[in-house]
Design a protein around this ligand. Sequence first.
Ligand code: C2E
Ligand code: MG
Ligand code: MG
Length: 698
Amino acid sequence: MKSLRSQISFNTLASIAVVSALIIGLSIYVYEKLYIEFVSEEVDAISVNMAVDLINYIEEPAGSFNQTEILLRLDEYEYAEAAYIFSNDGMLLNLYVGHAGLKDGPSKLQGENSQHPNYADFDRSIAALPGGLHRTSNKVIMVKTVGEEVFPLGKLVLLFNLQDALEASRQRYITLVTPSVGILIIISLFISARAQRRTMRPLSTLIDTMNSVVDDKTYDAKVEEADKEEMLALSRAFNNMMASIKAQSEANRQKNEMLQKQQSQMEQLANFDALTGLPNRQFLIKLLSSELSKAQKNDRELGLLFIDLDGFKSVNDSFGHDTGDKFLLHISLLMEKTLSDDCILGRLGGDEFVVIVPALVSIANLEEIAKSIVNSVSKSHIVNGLRLDSSVSLGLALASDCNYAATNLITNADVAMYRAKEDGKARFVWFTNEMLAYTQRKVLISTRITNALENDAFYLTYQAKVDADESIIGFETLLRWHDEELGQVSPAEFIPIAEQTDKISHISLWVLKQLSHESPMLIKAFGSHVTISVNLSPHDLNNHNVTQFMLNELHTGRLPAQNLEIEVTESAYMNNFNIANPFFASLKKLGCKLALDDFGTGYSSLSYLTQFDIDTLKIDRSFVNKIGESSQSEMITKTIIEMAKSLEFSVCAEGVETQEQARFLTNHGCNMLQGFLYSKPLPLLALVENFSVQANHS
Ligand code: C2E
Ligand code: MG
Ligand code: MG
């Protein structure tokens, strides 16, 4: 690409060349003009002299010696071409051909011989020329009168050809002038180059500044204002432009800063839990995935702890969400303190936490961490001015057991954590492969429960309770579920799952509604004296929907208060004592009875019994079915019956299968018996059919 400088240099050179050529041309022209004038004057002077001298010889015959001699004076003039002497009547008297006329030879006189062909050949128009100087482009012709103008004797015509002279002088001139012009051009170019450089300097500075701006991104660059008008305008425009770029870049920087701040805030919100500030579920999974790939690459073990607070729901329900939140924060800080820096603690949600142990040295190491968490959390804490007892259940899993897959690892640890809960809470349990199948079934059952509720796959059965005379005195309502995929599923299996997945209250509501439909038929078939027992889960006692629905159904009479008995386990009652007590009091006021189910398997803290306002103790099947086999079980059964009697409770024995068991129980004063010996749990219609005779009889 052509540079501006070379373009200007070329233009300057061209201008100088054109001007020089013009000057040379003009000076040549002027010189030639002056030369011709000079020659003309000289020719005039020569012609004057010759004409004067010819006065004496004009009368002489043509080609006379004297005439010729006078003409020969022209020999000393190199550019003399010809000379003619005419008589007054126009006859050519003498003719001279000079150097310029005879380029190849000496000058010749033609006058002596009038017969010479040149006499005839010469240009006749010359003879006709008037007196005076005549010029053509390269010839000077002087016509002089010989003698007085008033008395002319003849005419002298001198013809000078200046072509060669002019050419020679032109060449001489050019040879003389060209070096000077050349030098002049060089000097001009030199001066113009310097001037250019000076003129272009601001432009170069501008370019350098622009380049430095591009390289360094320093938008506060400025150039000095140049003194030339155009450059001044350019530098000002540049400075203005830089000022506006700077302002723009400053605005952009501020905007960027704001965006970065917002982004980090958004990242914080997206990746960290708002309550505890710990990594949240999605970020934790990301962190776990990256730690897992590092561990797998370096052939290292990675351990995961799945932590769930025991009984957190009751903290929330009893003391409100504010206390619940503070409690969670307190526990998370406590756990953080017990963990070393290389462990990653995160909150999955609710009361679930996870600890990633990236470079696990040994299995014992993970157990130590688990122990320290169990120990630090499982105690009383003062939160919001309240003393809260807590504990945690932990599931432990290793990355190598699930091929370093993040979600599988979490599931495994989660499964183990559930096992820890089932095993009695406040402990840690290692994941084993058998747990997985169990969990998979649990997950399936949980999803199918929702389906069963929607499609009425549940139905109620009733198991008879008899007195010592084997007369039916009541029924226990037992739920049944036949699933399309799973077949018959026992409540012993699906009720705990429903409790863990918060579906139990829906089931309980279904049972109560169904019972309000079926109980009138039951009472009608077996008499108004029958007691209809229904089981409530500990979760139901905490569920406002369930308790309110039940009270409502009793108030409206859709559930028969006088016939209804609630069965709760000892632990359900004890763990929800504060909430359960007023609820049971309301029920009892309406005429309902209360039975303590599965007695002997739970806390068996007998001192509590004095505080429970119950009507019946149900001796657990595990004692009953050992009657006749284990004297210890018999002893316990006997003691429970006696104790219940002393506290004025009725006693019901569950799971009576043999006459021997029945005999033992009735002999020791048990006044209610329930078991396969009398009846299996049956749906209403089958029950009515089976026992219609007895019912009719009573
Ligand atoms: P549960 O309340 O202790 O019920 C007694 C269980 O013992 C019933 O098991 C009954 O079928 C079984 N059983 C009764 N007599 C005999 C016997 O002679 N031999 C044997 N081997 N078993 C006998 P089921 O129906 O499988 O219920 C298991 C548990 O599921 C119940 O224990 C109860 O805790 C719970 N459950 C059942 N229905 C409901 C319900 O509607 N709501 C709630 N919350 N829990 C329920
Ligand atoms: Mg029961
Ligand atoms: Mg029971």
